[in-house]
Design a binder for this molecule. Structure first.
Ligand SMILES: NC(=O)c1ccc[n+]([C@@H]2O[C@H](COP(=O)([O-])OP(=O)(O)OC[C@H]3O[C@@H](n4cnc5c(N)ncnc54)[C@H](O)[C@@H]3O)[C@@H](O)[C@H]2O)c1
Length: 263
């Protein structure tokens, strides 16, 4: 790396917390931040296969306070927060019935909001105290292309399944992601005087093992680049948002969707 590139993208000496760091994308966020030199701790219900993790339910404010306290005690500071955890059921795998808008049960709604939105709010609040005190910090909220557009339910359709049982992307997912974008803009403005940058990343659908072929074909036809994202294709955007390369960026939603939302 030339020294200017290192200066822009290096995270050497910085400490990052990634919620949902044991999941499909959280793992990749952790790995790229570590590759850039950061110390990374995952807060997740599940342990990471590799890397440091604290088991923590981000809907529980006492558990968050204890986990964040442990990180600060061990490393002295937290420079970066990636709010990545969410309930993300894979509609394309054929979940059906229960998530139709008319039938969505209150429990599912509450649980989705509790993790994706309230969880992000609670973690921001806890880490925010610390970042405000230090007068520095970077927060990245992981939204979705569904923070910008409505789900096209057609892509989840399954042949031979009755209308009422067709798989549907739940409204709670849209509400969580639009809400998280609202939180992003609110905090970007609110904490700008404290030198804390808050941005969102909005990935489109990511390829994963076992995805229904018809789903992949349909979603790909809605994307100018003609395909879903590879699991490693958010790494550049995450590093950009977490590093000094984006030092003048705040309140932004970086949509990484192969162009889906421009069509
Ligand atoms: N995979 C995609 O195609 C895609 C596309 C756009 C946006 N996203 C977003 O990216 C993020 C990660 O998605 P993913 O596909 O890696 O999902 P994933 O299900 O693989 O990972 C989510 C992680 O969050 C953790 N988690 C759930 N509830 C928790 C809680 N209460 N406390 C702490 N951790 C909790 C889970 O244990 C899991 O490890 C999500 O916010 C998702 O909405 C994913």
């Amino acid at each position: 790396m030339t020294s200017r590139i290192a200066e822009l993208f290096s995270l050497k000496g910085r400490v990052a917390v990634v919620t949902g760091g044991a999941g499909l994308l959280g793992t990749r966020h952790r790995v790229i931040l570590e590759s850039a030199g950061a110390t990374v701790v995952s807060l997740d219900l599940l342990p990471c296969d590799d890397g440091e993790s604290i088991l923590c339910d981000i809907t529980d404010s006492a558990a968050i306070e204890s986990a964040i306290g442990r990180v600060i005690e061990k490393y002295g500071a937290i420079d970066i927060l990636v709010n990545n955890a969410a309930r993300n059921p894979k509609v394309e795998d054929g979940l059906s019935g229960w998530c139709r808008f008319e039938d969505l049960d209150r429990q599912t709604w509450d649980a989705d909001i509790a993790v994706g939105l309230t969880g992000a709010f609670l973690v921001c609040q806890t880490i925010g105290h610390h970042m405000v005190e230090r007068n520095q910090g970077v927060i990245v909220n992981v939204c979705s292309d569904l923070s910008v557009i409505a789900p096209n339910q057609h892509i989840y359709r399954q042949e031979g399944v009755a209308e009422h049982d067709q798989p549907i992307k739940a409204v709670s997912y849209s509400v969580v992601k639009h809400g998280l974008l609202g939180l992003t803009k609110y905090l970007a403005a609110y904490w700008a005087p404290h030198n804390i940058r808050v941005n969102a990343i909005s990935p489109g659908g990511v390829s994963a093992a076992g995805q229904n072929e018809a789903f992949v074909t349909r979603i790909s036809s809605l994307i100018p680049l003609g395909r879903m994202a590879r699991v490693d294709e958010l790494e550049g955007a995450i590093l950009f948002l977490c590093s000094d390369a984006s030092s003048y960026l705040t309140g932004h939603n970086l949509v990484v969707d192969g162009g889906r939302t421009i069509w």
